[in-house]
Ligand binder design. Structure first.
Ligand SMILES: [Cu+2]
Length: 267
């Protein structure tokens, strides 16, 4: 009897051990494990999941969308994703600038961005996510994201001194500033109406970092240049830790759009 039990248990044990060893070798890392889940929903048999790098804050937020067959959990790569953020402020509604994702990456994530121009304390944000593939399969979900206020503002809104149009300048990078040269990336959007916030290219942006407490700036900064889709890419040099003010002047041709703008960045 004992021998029979061993004869049965031992192979079962070996099988389990070899299976777990096997699992170890082909361990698949979840591409979303370092992301934050913003929300998900099921529509028309599709599961749509939305992730971000960090909790959502007023300003520029990258979003990552994954579409799955809700029954088989198969990750689907052939969809086109459209974001529709809307804030209900009681007496009125308005949208926000978006960057709709392109094709899914190798992990099946569609990467885009939404610029939340206000925190959730000002009203209720709804984030509509529309997914559609070439065969006309469609899925729609609505999320209610919570948008906080960062300790240091990541978005500046003002009226252009040229034509009084309302502009939004978002700080995309650095997100984790370090001593030395950092990528400095801005995104500029224009408010055309309550529902339309197109990107604004072709501006001239000058930056001048200063450390107010010590009365010095820094060398080797690179003014951000227009790279398309409303984005401007340059470099900012923080020569020590502490509180920095990155002063901005924005021009259109020879005319000043706005001066005396600044982002506070503490590192
Ligand atoms: Cu609002």
């Amino acid at each position: 009897m004992k021998r029979l039990a061993i004869a049965f248990i031992l192979p079962a044990f070996l099988l389990a051990a070899s299976l777990s060893g096997c699992k170890e070798k082909i361990k698949i890392t979840d591409p979303t494990e370092n992301l934050i889940a913003i929300g998900s929903g099921v529509n028309n048999g599709y599961l749509i999941e939305v992730f971000s790098d960090d909790s959502l804050m007023t300003g520029y937020n990258k979003l990552y969308v994954r579409v799955k067959n809700n029954a088989t959990e198969e990750v689907l790569n052939g969809f086109t994703i459209t974001f529709a953020p809307m804030m209900d402020m009681g007496t009125m509604q308005h949208a926000a600038p978006v960057e709709n994702p392109g094709k899914a990456d190798a992990d099946g994530l569609y990467e885009g961005a939404v610029v939340f121009i206000m925190p959730s304390t000002a009203g209720t944000w709804t984030l509509g996510v529309h997914a559609e593939d070439a065969q006309g399969n469609v899925a729609d979900i609505d999320l209610i994201p919570m948008v906080g206020m960062p300790a240091e503002a990541r978005i500046l809104s003002f009226e252009s001194d040229i034509d009084a149009s309302k502009l939004f300048v978002s700080l995309c990078a650095p997100r984790n500033p370090e001593v030395g040269l950092n990528d400095f990336e801005l995104a500029v959007h224009k408010k055309e109406s309550m529902m339309s916030f197109p990107p604004l290219d072709g501006l001239t942006i000058k930056i001048e970092p200063e450390m107010p407490s010590m009365g010095h700036g820094s060398p080797n900064n690179v003014d951000p240049v227009s790279v398309g889709n409303g984005h401007y890419l340059g470099k900012v040099n923080f020569t020590m830790t502490g509180y920095w003010k990155v002063n901005l002047t924005i021009l259109q041709g020879q005319d000043t759009v706005k001066s005396h703008l600044a982002f506070d960045i503490t590192l």
